[in-house]
Design a protein. Structure first.
Length: 95
């Protein structure tokens, strides 16, 4: 079983949001933060990690924001986990 941290959950939510909006412009950290009620600084941090790992890209300016760097179908769960987690592991299922 894979135990996901809040940071990974937030990254997955951000990626989902960008995937759903991909063809209608950029997404901002503020939009994602408000949509999912996630603290803005955490959203900004995971978006930076996604950009650093080339899962997303950013555009500056008044109409800027974040967008997926490739089609959502080409991004795996493990890609997102590796982008935001420095140490992850599979754990035994707890009953």
């Amino acid at each position: 079983m894979l135990k996901l941290s809040k940071k990974t959950e937030y990254a997955l939510m951000a990626a989902k949001y960008m995937a759903l909006k991909n063809h209608s412009g950029y997404s901002t950290a503020k939009e994602i933060s408000e949509k999912y009620q996630i603290p803005y600084p955490l959203v900004a941090k995971v978006l930076q990690n996604l950009v650093k790992c080339e899962i997303a890209f950013s555009a500056k300016g008044t109409n800027g924001g974040f967008s997926l760097a490739k089609k959502a179908e080409k991004i795996s769960l493990i890609d997102i986990i590796k982008a935001v987690e420095t140490n992850f592991k599979i754990v035994d299922c707890m009953q």
